[in-house]
Design a protein around this ligand. Structure first.
Ligand code: BTN
Length: 327
């Protein structure tokens, strides 16, 4: 742990009380001048710290930032985010950064998070709206020992994990639209982009990239997505702690990843079907060059979308864009 993080831990323990520079210096085995230097750095990061030559320092508030120390505090995982959390004020895309790190050998469970993305990537070559400080933009590196064909199951697993984390943190009925859009009342609140590096029979790594709209006021969404996007703030009128939701996402993702490794895809498939609102809906699927219409029947044991067309034929689709025509 860095000196700054140790100091922060001391300040948090004594939040709202004065801690003398001398006592802090003694505890961290550094000089009072060094304490002042670290206190200034914390103030620059947005921590509300009162300082007095006579009384010392008092922490009055923490910023709503996804600093490593804020994510780690109370993080109930065993692997995800336990070793490496990399926080950036700005990144082009956390998936891109995670990809670079994974190519350099970063361990499973490495977490890359940014306050703002300049080239946030979405599915099917789209962009992901990623304004500073309003949402969560995070990528997790996985190194599963599964064949490349099984990778779509991890995307569905992530959508279950994120939908559950959102439901735990906010009074909203988050549901899943195939394959991995998280919806509230027909509008998208979160999306997942899974990218991977493989050879013919082996996965080198998988990056699970999650984007969640948290405190965005609806008028801040660009005009083109204002009618189809939502945020937890728009739904509830409340401001949420992004660090807390991120922690819940990592915990939930790790739990489902363990389930997947131990028990396979079946329990995840069942939970996915409980969390989707698509069952029985009439849907249209745009799948690389073809459009299909029919009734949504669920997902199969490979993670494919299963639908029945108007002639009674059953179609299985691996990738595409779904529109719900009516429920
Ligand atoms: C979608 O199109 O629904 C997927 C959106 C995924 C966005 C997240 S934000 C964090 C990570 N980094 C990216 O560039 N994209 C994903």
């Amino acid at each position: 742990m860095s000196t700054k993080d140790e100091l922060l831990e001391c300040l948090k323990e004594g939040k709202g009380t004065w801690l003398s520079g001398e006592a802090l210096g003694h505890r961290l085995s550094i000089s009072r001048t060094a304490i002042w230097k670290q206190i200034s750095a914390l103030k620059k990061e947005g921590y509300l710290i009162e300082s007095s030559r006579k009384k010392g320092h008092m922490l009055n508030g923490v910023p709503d930032c996804l600093f490593e120390s804020e994510i780690r505090e109370g993080l109930g995982t065993c692997v995800f985010g336990k070793k490496n959390i990399l926080h950036f004020i700005q990144a082009e895309s956390t998936n891109m950064t995670a990809e670079t790190l994974a190519n350099q050998g970063a361990a499973e469970g490495t977490v890359v998070v940014a306050e703002h993305q300049t080239k946030g990537r979405g599915r099917l070559g789209r962009t992901w709206f990623s304004p500073g400080g309003e949402g969560i933009y995070v990528s997790v590196i996985l190194r599963p020992s599964i064949p490349p064909n099984d990778a779509p199951k991890l995307t569905l697993m992530a959508s279950v994990a994120v939908a559950e984390a959102i439901r735990t943190c906010a009074p909203v009925e988050a549901s899943i639209k195939w394959p991995n859009d998280i919806m509230i009342g027909g509008r998208k609140v979160a999306g997942i982009l899974t990218e991977m590096s493989t050879d013919m029979d082996r996965i080198h790594y998988v990056i699970i990239g999650m984007g969640i709209n948290i405190n965005n006021p609806s008028e801040n969404f660009p005009y083109e997505i204002r009618e189809i996007a939502t945020s937890l703030f728009s739904e509830t009128g409340k401001i949420f702690s992004r660090a807390e939701i991120l922690r819940k996402c990592l915990e939930s993702l790790e739990r489902y990843y363990e389930t997947f490794k131990e028990k396979g895809f079946l329990p995840i498939m069942k939970r996915w079907e409980e969390l989707t609102e698509m069952m029985g809906a009439t849907i249209r699927v745009d799948a690389i060059g073809n459009t299909y219409s029919g009734t949504f029947k669920g997902i199969n044991e490979d993670g494919f979308l299963v639908m029945r067309d108007s002639y009674g034929g059953v179609k299985r689709i691996i990738s595409g864009d779904v529109s719900i025509v009516n429920r």
